[in-house]
Design a protein. Structure first.
Length: 552
């Protein structure tokens, strides 16, 4: 028995030693793969180890030859400029992401390292990557002689794509300054001029239906002066088969003087767009620019919440709304946004859209564009539904909800309305229309079905107008229970939401109706028809007030 106990103890001791060695080896391996590399274009040398600021690497080419491991960090010296492109090879994990950022050297002090990718396709390129964080960098790529062949006609600040089967989750882009993104040559395009520059600030795409990008966050970035789009994220479609990019979050970014649209989620599902500012989408301050674009337009996307943004000064011969809902979408809700001076208009809901909504927004001087003037193809419109679905026969939109918005148009602008006869199910209620100029019925100018003279399943009632005649008699649908009177805005004609707080509380307070599903619609809105707060976050108790802002 004694011998057996001794042997048993020896075996246990050996097992404990082996376990300890295994733990030590695992720790050593973890320490080995958690490496931090430094890059300095001023004092670095690619022959260095890169392990400290004093032994920093010098070039992006050196980094591009390295395969990152989970937990690795690459830190670029602030104030230094790195010419070329950064290719991120490797993947992190959920608890050990790869991090690319700026470090302070204590001397340059500009706050961000700069990547100048002039002549290259993309300043930062990620393919089949996952669990990668990029933050606190400045990125530019203004034309130049093409070094990458595709850079002749395409250019990206950041390019993320996937073609390998499986999931590619968790790409985070934060606190980036991306500017002056222009390809070397323009191409034929549908902008204001015959050719446009295809420069994109951030471009994310799935190249096939089996390569699934998931959980993308773009936050606190400033993007300005791009040839075309500011932020574009696309899933994949092959004929009727759709694969959605899942879980896209775009928050607290500023996009200014964007040549095309500010933001475009296409073939995306579960999208949150909150707290962003787009100013001068469709810009033409550089002659290379596309010069046409809305602040945002989701296309063929589902479960999209666009809230608490500011969309201002969009221009273009077509579209170019603050936020427009392009075709084939489901469950897009546009709420609590400020929409100002967008040439296309305020509400645009295109064909085959289902259960989409504009509510509790403030629209100021939207839709001033006039067909035939300065190359304009479509009149601007305050409210527009359209059956357009590309090359397919026109249909829908279906079950569109437009309620509790505040709309102001100054005297110099015409206010236009257009409702396609393909529209099936529309609710317009509890809005305030304050229109000082002329109202115009554009009609169903698409002539989708000239023989059709009515729209099915309409709820159009209980809107407030400061005067009669704002909805022209010839419009195909009419308010059956209109309200008239002056809400006495705090400062009509101002350009902030605060200017449109009603002072005439007796006229608007609790005068809204409860919003019910449109007849024949079993779904309503995916986040519900009831609203707890107004534009400013004031709690709604009892019946809602008219317009986007609760009176006090």
């Amino acid at each position: 028995m004694l011998i057996q106990n001794i042997l048993k103890n020896e075996i246990m001791n050996k097992l404990l030693i082996l376990l300890a060695l295994f733990v030590l080896a695992s720790c050593a391996k973890e320490e080995q793969i958690k490496q931090r590399f430094y890059l300095s274009s001023e004092t670095g040398d690619d022959k260095n180890s890169g392990s400290s600021p004093e032994n920093a690497w010098k070039s992006l080419d050196k980094v591009n030859s390295y395969v990152f491991q989970p937990g690795d960090e690459l830190l670029l010296e602030e104030g230094s400029t790195y010419e070329g492109k950064l290719v991120i090879n490797g993947n992190g994990t959920s608890d050990q992401p790869i991090i690319i950022a700026t470090y302070s050297s204590g001397s340059n002090g500009s706050g961000k390292a700069i990547i100048d990718a002039k002549g290259y396709l993309a300043a930062i390129y990620i393919k089949n990557g996952s669990h990668i964080q990029i933050e606190n960098l400045e990125i530019t790529s203004d034309a130049g002689t093409p070094i990458d062949e595709e850079a002749k006609t395409l250019r990206y600040g950041i390019m993320v794509e996937a073609d390998a089967p499986g999931f590619h989750p968790d790409i985070s882009l934060k606190n980036l300054y991306i500017h002056d993104i222009f390809a070397s040559e323009n191409v034929k395009k549908d902008g204001q001029n015959p050719t446009s520059n295809m420069g994109y600030g951030i471009f994310i795409r799935m190249n096939n239906g089996n390569a699934r990008i998931k959980n993308v966050t773009i936050a606190d970035c400033k993007i300005e002066r791009t040839g075309h789009t500011g932020i574009r994220a696309f899933g994949h479609a092959n004929g009727g088969e759709r694969s959605y990019l899942d879980s896209l979050t775009i928050i607290d970014n500023v996009l200014e003087n964007i040549g095309g649209p500010g933001m475009v989620p296409g073939l995306c599902r579960n999208v949150l767009v909150r707290g962003n500012v787009t100013n001068y989408s469709g810009s033409g301050i550089d002659p290379r620019m596309h010069n046409r674009g809305s602040g945002i337009w989701p296309w063929t996307s589902e479960n999209v919440l666009i809230e608490k943004n500011k969309f201002m000064n969009a221009w273009g011969k077509m579209d170019s709304y603050g936020a427009h809902i392009d075709y084939n979408c489901k469950n897009v809700v546009v709420q609590y946004n400020l929409s100002v001076n967008n040439s296309g208009g305020f509400v645009e809901i295109l064909g085959n859209n289902q259960n989409c909504c504009y509510r509790y927004n403030v629209s100021i001087n939207d839709g001033y564009r006039q067909k035939g003037v300065n190359g304009v193809v479509h009149d601007g419109k305050v409210l527009w539904t359209s059956g357009y679905v590309g090359k397919d026969p026109r249909k829908g939109p279906f079950n569109s909800y437009i309620y509790n918005n505040t709309i102001f148009v100054k005297e110099e602008y015409d206010t236009r309305f257009s409702f396609a006869t393909t529209t099936d199910g529309i609710l317009i209620a509890n809005n305030i229309f304050y229109v000082l100029g002329k109202s115009v019925d554009v009609g169903d100018n698409e002539q989708a079905n000239p023989a059709e003279t009515s729209i099915q399943n309409v709820v159009f009632k209980n809107n407030l107008y400061q005067r009669a005649g704002i909805i022209p008699e010839s419009v195909i649908i009419h308010d059956v229970e209109p309200l008239f009177g002056d809400p006495q805005f705090k400062n009509p004609g101002g350009l902030s939401a605060e200017d449109y707080i009603p002072q005439n509380t007796d006229l608007v307070k609790e005068k809204g109706i409860k919003i019910e599903p449109i007849p024949g619609d079993p779904l309503g809105l995916y986040i519900g028809l009831d609203v707890e707060h107004d534009y400013f976050g004031n709690k709604i108790e009892g019946l809602p007030d008219l317009g986007a802002i609760q009176s006090k």
